[in-house]
Each structure stands twice: as structure tokens, then as C-alpha cells.
Design a protein around this ligand. Structure first.
Ligand SMILES: Cc1ncc(COP(=O)(O)O)c(C=O)c1O
Length: 1010
């Protein structure tokens, strides 16, 4: 092949000779021109461009003109400004070694990173992508140039010119897709192109031509390069091309493209006709890509690059063909802020006029209908256990109807429901897992066999058995033509099978005519008997079936296509008492609650349900909880919930009356502890437990001084704060009070004795020194308080021998040793039931909280007989709530579940698997400085530059935020806020651990984490 390029040395010489630039040249990739980056000795940077031999000067002048035009506009992105040569010309004719005429040009370098290299490419970037194209369209209005009026094969409007290349597409399934799109273009789009706005377009807004700045967490689109494809064509093509690239390689291209459309429309308002052809023009551009790739592949079958480069376009075409063009059109309308379905207003006007005068779909007196709340946070629906099996769900519905004395339950339009948020319904979206949770119809819950009546005259559009677990079962769709211009559809799902024989497509049905009966499970799709009734203004190219639930982010689109059926029976619904929105709750919190209460995440979560290892927000999104060790045996564990409900329904009093629960719980709890620890006092929180423990130590020893560990946290009461370095050494704190003595964090990763094999002893020596100091002032110590693994300190596992030595020093001085097990107890650490058992010590007092009540406020202090007796010095210890029958019932249920479900063993095995997975990630990502912990109490620490480098707090925060966006809740802690803590409910499974690790690995690859 002919070599048209020149060497870097030659390029540098050209830059010197014609532009007076002294510098180095470096070859850059280029499809048309031969490009070199010139770095001058004075630190400036340029692009030197050498044309191919036959390049027409017009083409180059056109590019100069367009760049100059943009430079004169308020175009808010960097562009490659043209630089004149020393002779005052923008293009210079030179003769190459073979005597051919070539053009030389120089442009100022545009800094930044390619959008295509930005990871992740979130909604914000997609929106900016659209904005940038909108700015191009806006700035190029009124610009023209003769060279722009040319045929160019990359023009989406010219996609049919690529159609003859279909012969090179050898795979039949690909060809079928391509043909379908060419046909769509030819039939539907081409005839409309003539009436659309035209302008000179940049025409090449793909991710390698757009630049983003160097902000890695919130990159800003900053520059546009390569104007070689600019062309006079339909303005909408500017957007179509960007969308064709933005939709590639993401799980849900329509949602990605929607962002681009919204960004474009904000800057350069689109017209309805343009939006109507966008779906097709996006595919039109993709067809040009794949058809030309097929041809090149044919010419160079061994060129692997060609194979790879066409994949994303085919990938998108395959997804695009499965998206209804109508749905895409409505989605784009929504992105533009227009009424999604153009007929919605007409429907609502008609519905208002008929004012409910339709035949009742289900016959019953209007006082026999009762609204059922089946929303994700519904208290009537209750625990997930109530709807996980069909019999349980059926019982739940029956109970609601019986309680209300009703015959028919009604409700559900727009309701976010928790039933569908399971693994089986999980779909990968652009922001992680997603579920269709928003219900689009109204359900009538009534016995199987209840007749279903058509509310209006209609025609049968389809009769189909959508058999399949939790599907519609037998389904009828009717069409109702209610005026010359308005027609809509109604869907009846979960019917009985008889209707499948009774009706066929095309049959007419009169208002009030029975069309079917409510079907029984399992033939109704295996649901408790009910009718799903839904209205649709459009069937979106479906037949016999239609989505009955939508993704929360698509709610408005679907609710416009599927209008509110309550319009037809307004007297049956009560729309008063709307729920508080997130903004309402935030406002009220600000107004009425103390500002020292913090809220997780800048974009707060509104959680309304929990179950097992998951929390569910108001939109029905499911979050994997890796943080909450309070919900020890799982959120809303049914046995624990039942124990609470049953006991609360019968009796709750204080401990001055006798109750079996108190002594049984005490027995069962003490059975988990060493024999010496044989007396328990029940309290209501971890803070209260430590408060009492401190009082006991002080009463027992007659001393006040306490030893505590650096960055330790023990609770929110006065006495607890006074031993919590995490608080008094942190924000708003005033340092240690005189009787508190802080000893260093026994950190073997970053602490002062990290290199030492005898770190345990060395760290313990600080306890000895502190005691000696206290004694030198004529006092002694009351005791020592410490967590067995330090949670707020950053999941620090003290070295072996540490506690043994500290306890020895404390006891020698007559003090007591308090193990704070509020975070780590109850089998969480896997190898032992209690954290202190990992260290082979027996404390004098053990304090418990969080997991003991699985979310119910409960705590306990367990101690030796001697300490308890010393504490009982005549002053009564009264606690209004501590040890009440409800709390004890809950505590007993938790212990029972921990034992029956072998949570300790589970924590050992899943925790081991997770620890191994984290260590594997650590090898891959040096940002992970340390991985540590036991069982399901783990942590990893992010450091820039290893143990002696700097704590990577911003990265830790970024990671936690990104994981939340992907549906996983994590928390950060440690003195440098750079430790990610993992302490999930003990129901955390191996597959959840794998899901978690996969997502971590994904986020660790993102720009900000590099
Ligand atoms: C180790 C430790 N001790 C005590 C407490 C205080 O418990 P509570 O918040 O239940 O009062 C906490 C709470 O975070 C804790 O982490």
C-alpha cells in the first residue's frame, strides 16, 4: 500500500518551517487527515494536519469557515481554533516526497479526555452530550457554505444509499433486523424528511469527538473536535447521531437516549415532527455503520478491528428492534416535557363528561367496595411473608376485606408494589438492577367466579392465555371507539379459562355484557382471585398482552399511555390523604427536628419496607443492605415480628410484676456466655447498657477514672460520650475529660506498632502507662471499656494478646474490664458467638445492644455475681421499659432464630468467602490498602500510596455513593473516613456476596477510583 504519512521528524520540521513552532511531533490517529500533536518548547500544544493528496480545498475552507463561525458565536465548548501560517494562510499547499500536492493546517489543541474514555457514563454525561449537540445546532443556525451541500454517506437521511451493501451482511438474523429498519425508514421516515428543519450540522457527535474535563467524579463536557463530517441536512440528525452512539453498550438504550434528547431539547427546542422520526433516524445511522463495516469485513476478512468495531452498533440494533417505535416516541416526548400521549387530554375530557355513567365492571353495591392499599409501605399488607406464597397472600386479602366488611377490594393505579421486587423479576438497567413496580391498572379483588362486565360497547381485539407464573393468565383486550377521534383499549387479566373459548378477535360486545369471570389460581396466573383492569390509549405494537407494571423511572410515560381507570368509577375511590413526599419529609425534619440528626446520602433514601437482607424505597427499588447489623437475623424477620405482635397484643408492663419472659430470656441469653457472667440487667439501648456498665464499674471500684481506646464509640449519654474518643476528639468535641484516659488504637495496618510481631503487648503497654499515671496522681482506675473489634475506629481487629494484656494491667490495678459487644455480638464474628472470645478473655461486664432486639430498642448488661452484688448497694435500679415482656419476647425470638438458622456458622462461611473476594480485589486494585475482620464484620481501608500514604476519604465516599446508585448500601468510617464497613444482616447469602463483589469491582474500575 502506498505510504502517505510522514515521519514525526518531518512533521516537526513542517511546524517549524511554516508556523515558526519549535517542538516535538507525535503521531495521532486520524481517519482522513494525517495528524500530529506538536508540543512546543514553550509548553503550547497544537494539532498539525496533513491532508490526503486529492483533498479539495473547498472542503478545508468549509472547515475553517465553520470553526470561525463557532468562534464568533457564544459556543460554550472548546473547539480547535485554526492558526494561520506565517504567510497568513489557514491552509498551505506543500509538495510531498512523491511530488503530490498536500494541504497543511494547524489548529490549537483542545484539552481534556475523550467522552468515550469516561467511566462511568452516567445520566449527567448523557444529558450533557445532548446539550452539546443542542448548542451545536443552535450555534450553526444561519450558517451555510457551498461545500456543506454534498452527498455524504454518513448522513442518516441517506441511509438508503448504504442499503445495497446489505449483500455483505451474511448473518440472516442481522439482515432481517437491517431490512426491517431500512423498510421503516423508507416507508415512514423518508416521506416526512422534506418538511423537517434543515441546517449545517456538525454531524459526528460520537464519544471520541467530544471531550470532557479532568474532574473525575462529575466530569463536564468541555470540547468538540473534528469538524470533517459537517454537512447540510435535517437538523434532527445532529441529535440522532449522538443518540446512536449514546445508546451503545448500555443495558437500557432507550433510557440512555432519553437523557440525550432531554439535554438537546433544553438548549435547542425540538419540534414534534422531528421527535416523531428520531427512533428511525437513530437506526438509520446505525445501519450505515454496520453496512459499511460488512463491506470492509468482506474486503479484509482477517481484520479483527473491523469485527470488534461493528459489535456495539449491532448490539444496539438488536435491542432497538425490540423497543416499540411508539414507546420510543412517547419516551422522547416525555424527555421534551410534552404531554406523553397526545390523546390523554381528549380521553380525560371524555371521561369527565361521562362522569362515571358506565356499566359497573363488577356488580356490587358501592358500599361493598373497599380500597385496598397494596403499596410497598402498606401496613395493611404487612410483612413480606404475607405475600410470598399464594395461600398467605390470599389470606391477607381476605383478612383486609373481612376487617372492612367489604365484598370487593379495589385499588392499585399508580401504586408502587413490593410483589415484583424479587430476583425472578430483576432486570439490568443502566444504573444497576431494576424492577417494574408501578402498577398501571386497577385491581378488583373478589372471589373466583365473580362475573366481569364490559363497561362500554367494544370490540374484542385479543383473547389470549398469558399462562405463566404471576402472569395475567386468560386475558381479554377490548377496543372502545367513543367518538370520531377517540378510541382506547381496556384489558381484563386473571380471568377464567372459559372466556378463551367464548370470544374471538373481532367479536362485538355491548356495554353491560358479561365477558368472563374472575379466574381461580393457578389458571389466573397463580394469584389470589382478582381482576386486573387497565386502560390503554395505544397498544404499542403488542398483541394479546400488555405490560401491567412499569419501571419507576418510566412511570409518567406509562401512566400517560395507560390513563387512570378511576375516571370511569370515581365514586369508588377516595383520593384524600396523599402520602408525604420526600421533599415534605425533609422540610418537616428541618423544621421540627434537631439539626444534629444526620441523613445518609446527599440524595436521601426514603425507605418504607425491609425484608431479609433488603431494604425497599418508596419507588419499590430494592437495596442490598451491607450496613445494618441491627437487623441481625434479617429485616422484619417473620418470627421476630410475630413474637413482638403477639406479646404486644396481650401485655406490656415493667419488671415489678412477675413475667415468665424476663427469666426465660435471661436464662437463654446467659447460656451463650461463660459461666462467670451470670447476672443480667435489661436496658433499652447500647448507650444505656454502657451507661449502666460504667456505673457498675465505678460503684464496684470506688474510682472514677476510665481507660478507653482512641476513636472508640460507646453511646450517646453523658457518661458514654465521656469515654467515646470518636465523639470528643471529633467534630464539635472538646477533648477527653480529666477522668478519661485514651490509649492508642491497636491498628496493625497503619498504627505506630504495625511492623512489630509483638504489637499486642506493645499497644497494651499504653494501658499500663496510663494506669501508672493515674496512680501517680493518687487515684486509681474504675475500669477499661473497649469493643472486641473496633467498629467506628474502622473495623480494627486488635492484635493477638492485646486484650489479655490490657485486662491483666487493669485487673492488677483493681479495675473492671467492660467488653462492648453492641456491634459484634450474637454470632456475627463467625468463629465465636461473642467478639471477646476471639481474644481468649473473659470480661467482667459485657454490654449488648443493636442485634439483641433485631431493631427493637433493647440492650443488656451481663456481669459477674460479685459485680452485680456490689452494684446492689441499696439503691433500687428501676428501668421503666428495660426487660418488659414485649422486649423479652423479641430477644428470645432473635436468639432462637440465630440458633435455628445457624447464623454463626453461616457468618463464618459467607464471611470467609467475602473476605477472600475482597482480598482478590485488593490484589487487583492497589487503592485497597487493607482488608480485615471476622465473619460478617469486615472492613476494607482505602489508601493512596499504601499504609504510609494518605487515607482516601473522597474515594471511600464516592464508592459508597456509587454502590448506592447500583442498589447496594454501604457505610464509611474510621478516623480518616476511608474504611468501608461490611456488617450486613446475617441472612447475607453467598450469592449476595458475589453480587456485592461484582459491583465493587465495577466501581473500582471507574475513573475516580484510579
Ligand atoms: C460500639 C457501640 N457501643 C454503643 C453504642 C450505642 O448504642 P445505641 O445507639 O443503641 O445507644 C453504639 C452505637 O452505635 C456502638 O456502636
Amino acid at each position: 500500500m502506498e505510504n502517505l504519512s510522514i515521519t514525526e521528524i518531518q512533521a516537526a520540521q513542517l511546524a517549524q518551517r511554516y508556523y515558526g513552532l519549535n517542538g516535538q511531533a507525535k503521531t495521532l490517529p486520524g481517519e482522513v487527515d494525517f495528524n500530529f500533536r506538536i508540543d512546543t518548547s514553550s509548553g503550547e500544544r497544537y494539532t498539525l494536519k496533513l491532508s490526503r493528496p486529492e483533498t479539495a480545498p473547498d472542503e478545508l475552507d468549509f472547515q475553517v469557515a465553520i470553526l470561525q463561525h463557532l468562534a464568533e458565536q457564544e459556543f460554550p465548548y472548546d473547539i480547535p481554533a485554526m492558526i494561520k501560517a506565517q504567510n497568513g494562510r489557514y491552509r498551505l499547499a506543500i509538495t510531498d516526497g512523491q511530488g503530490r500536492k498536500r494541504w497543511l493546517r494547524l489548529q490549537r489543541w483542545v484539552g481534556g479526555r475523550m467522552l468515550g474514555h469516561a467511566n462511568p457514563r452516567g445520566k449527567g454525561l448523557l444529558y450533557q452530550w445532548g446539550e452539546c449537540c443542542g448548542q451545536l445546532a443552535k450555534a450553526l443556525q444561519g450558517f451555510d457554505h457551498p461545500f456543506a451541500h454534498r452527498f455524504y454517506k454518513w448522513n442518516p437521511s441517506e441511509t438508503l444509499a448504504s442499503r445495497p451493501l446489505r449483500e455483505f451482511i451474511t448473518e440472516p438474523d442481522r439482515l432481517a433486523i437491517a431490512d426491517a429498519f431500512w423498510q421503516l425508514f423508507e416507508k415512514e421516515t423518508l416521506p416526512k424528511l422534506g418538511s423537517l428543519r434543515k441546517s449545517v450540522n456538525y454531524n459526528d457527535a460520537h464519544e471520541m469527538n467530544l471531550l470532557v474535563d479532568h474532574q473525575l467524579d462529575r466530569p463536564r463536557l468541555s470540547g468538540v473536535i473534528d469538524f470533517g463530517d459537517a454537512l447540510y441536512t435535517q437538523t434532527i440528525n445532529e441529535l440522532a447521531i449522538a443518540c446512536a452512539y449514546a445508546g451503545m453498550e448500555c443495558p437500557d438504550p432507550l433510557q440512555a437516549v432519553k437523557q440525550v434528547v432531554a439535554g438537546f431539547h433544553k438548549v435547542f427546542p425540538l419540534q414534534e415532527e422531528e421527535v416523531g422520526v428520531l427512533y428511525s433516524l437513530i437506526s438509520a445511522r446505525l445501519l450505515i455503520t454496520v453496512a459499511n463495516a460488512a463491506k470492509s469485513k468482506h474486503a479484509e476478512p482477517d481484520n479483527e478491528y473491523l469485527l470488534v468495531s461493528e459489535q456495539p452498533a449491532w448490539g444496539l440494533l438488536k435491542k432497538w428492534i425490540n423497543i416499540s417505535p411508539t414507546l420510543a416516541h412517547y419516551t422522547f416526548r416525555h424527555a421534551c416535557g410534552w404531554e406523553v400521549h397526545p390523546q390523554l387530554a381528549a380521553f380525560e375530557n371524555w371521561a369527565k363528561r361521562i362522569d362515571g355513567s358506565i356499566a359497573p365492571i363488577i356488580h356490587a353495591g358501592s358500599d361493598r367496595f373497599h380500597p385496598l392499599d397494596l403499596s410497598v409501605g402498606s401496613l395493611a399488607l404487612g410483612n413480606n411473608g404475607n405475600f410470598q406464597s399464594i395461600p398467605a397472600f390470599d389470606r391477607c386479602i381476605q383478612r383486609m376485606l373481612e376487617d372492612a366488611g367489604a365484598q370487593v377490594g379495589i385499588g392499585g393505579y399508580g401504586e408502587v408494589r413490593p410483589f415484583y421486587t424479587t430476583d425472578a423479576y430483576q432486570v439490568e438497567g443502566n444504573e444497576g438492577a431494576q424492577w417494574r413496580t408501578v402498577h398501571l391498572g386497577v385491581d378488583f379483588w373478589a372471589p373466583a367466579g365473580t362475573p366481569v362486565v364490559s363497561p362500554l360497547d367494544g370490540k374484542v381485539v385479543s383473547v389470549q392465555d398469558n399462562a405463566g407464573e404471576r402472569d395475567y393468565g386468560p386475558t381479554i383486550i377490548l377496543q372502545h371507539r367513543v367518538s370520531e377521534t377517540l378510541s382506547f383499549y381496556s384489558l381484563y387479566g386473571h380471568l377464567n379459562k372459559d372466556c378463551l373459548q367464548q370470544w374471538k378477535t373481532g367479536d362485538t360486545i355491548a356495554k353491560g355484557q358479561e365477558i368472563a369471570q374472575i379466574g381461580p389460581p393457578p389458571e389466573n396466573g397463580n394469584w389470589p382471585p382478582h381482576l386486573h383492569f387497565q386502560l390503554m390509549l395505544d397498544l404499542l405494537d403488542t398483541h394479546g398482552d400488555f405490560p401491567g407494571v412499569a419501571y419507576p423511572q418510566e412511570r409518567e410515560v406509562w401512566q400517560s399511555i395507560c390513563p387512570d381507570p378511576y375516571w370511569l368509577f370515581p365514586h369508588l375511590v377516595n383520593r384524600s390523604n396523599p402520602k408525604l413526599t420526600i421533599a415534605d419529609i425533609l422540610d418537616d425534619r428541618r423544621l421540627r427536628l434537631g439539626r444534629s440528626l444526620s441523613i445518609s446520602y446527599a440524595n436521601p433514601l426514603h425507605i418504607v419496607r425491609g425484608f431479609g437482607t433488603y431494604l425497599y424505597d418508596i419507588s419499590g427499588r430494592r437495596y442490598l443492605d451491607t450496613v445494618n447489623n441491627v437487623a441481625h437475623v434479617g429485616h422484619e424477620q417473620p418470627e421476630v415480628v410475630r413474637a413482638a405482635q403477639q406479646q404486644a397484643a396481650v401485655l406490656n408492663t415493667n419488671t415489678r410484676y412477675l413475667h415468665e419472659n424476663l427469666v426465660r430470656f435471661a436464662d437463654e441469653l446467659l447460656a451463650t456466655l461463660p459461666d462467670e457472667l451470670c447476672v443480667v440487667h435489661f436496658v433499652n439501648s447500647g448507650s444505656e447498657a454502657n451507661e449502666l456498665a460504667l456505673r457498675m464499674a465505678r460503684t464496684y471500684s470506688g474510682q472514677k477514672d476510665m481507660l478507653a481506646i482512641e476513636v472508640g464509640y460507646h453511646g450517646n449519654t453523658n457518661a458514654c460520650i465521656e469515654v467515646s474518643s470518636y465523639k470528643f476528639d471529633g467534630k464539635g468535641g472538646q477533648g477527653a475529660p480529666p477522668h478519661t484516659h485514651i490509649i492508642p488504637l491497636p491498628d496493625v495496618y497503619r498504627g505506630r506498632h504495625r511492623e512489630s510481631a509483638t504489637a499486642g503487648k506493645e499497644y497494651a503497654r499504653y494501658a499500663q502507662m496510663a494506669i501508672a499515671n493515674i496512680q501517680s496522681e493518687g487515684r486509681n482506675i474504675a475500669g477499661f471499656i473497649g469493643e472486641s473489634i473496633l467498629s467506628c475506629g474502622g473495623q480494627i481487629v486488635p492484635p493477638s494478646g492485646y486484650f489479655e494484656e490490657v485486662y491483666r494491667h487493669v485487673r492488677t490495678a483493681g479495675g473492671l474490664c467492660i467488653a462492648d459487644e453492641v456491634q459484634v455480638g450474637f454470632g456475627r464474628v463467625g468463629d465465636a458467638f461473642w467478639g471477646f472470645e476471639l481474644h481468649d478473655v473473659v470480661p467482667d461486664i459485657v454490654t449488648m445492644g443493636k442485634p439483641i432486639g433485631n431493631g427493637h430498642p433493647l440492650g443488656a448488661v451481663v456481669t459477674t455475681r460479685a459485680v452485680a452484688d456490689a452494684f446492689a448497694n441499696g439503691m433500687e435500679y428501676f428501668n421503666t421499659f428495660g426487660g418488659n415482656p414485649v422486649s423479652c419476647a423479641i430477644g428470645r425470638a432473635v436468639l432462637k432464630v440465630v440458633s435455628n438458622e445457624q447464623h454463626q456458622d453461616h457468618a463464618r462461611s459467607v464471611g470467609g468467602h467475602l473476605l477472600q473476594g475482597l482480598r482478590d480485589l485488593q490484589r487487583e486494585f492497589p487503592l485497597i490498602g487493607d482488608v480485615r475482620g471476622h465473619g460478617l464484620f469486615l472492613g476494607f481501608e482505602l489508601m493512596r500510596g499504601g499504609a504510609e500514604g494518605t487515607p482516601a476519604a473522597a474515594e471511600a465516599r464516592y464508592l459508597a455513593n456509587r454502590m448506592r446508585q447500583r442498589g447496594i448500601l454501604m457505610s464509611t468510617d474510621g478516623s480518616g473516613y476511608n474504611v468501608l464497613k461490611i456488617k450486613p444482616p446475617m441472612t447475607f447469602s453467598r450469592s449476595q456476596a458475589d453480587f456485592f463483589l461484582e459491583n465493587l469491582s465495577l466501581v473500582f474500575r471507574e475513573d475516580f477510583m484510579q
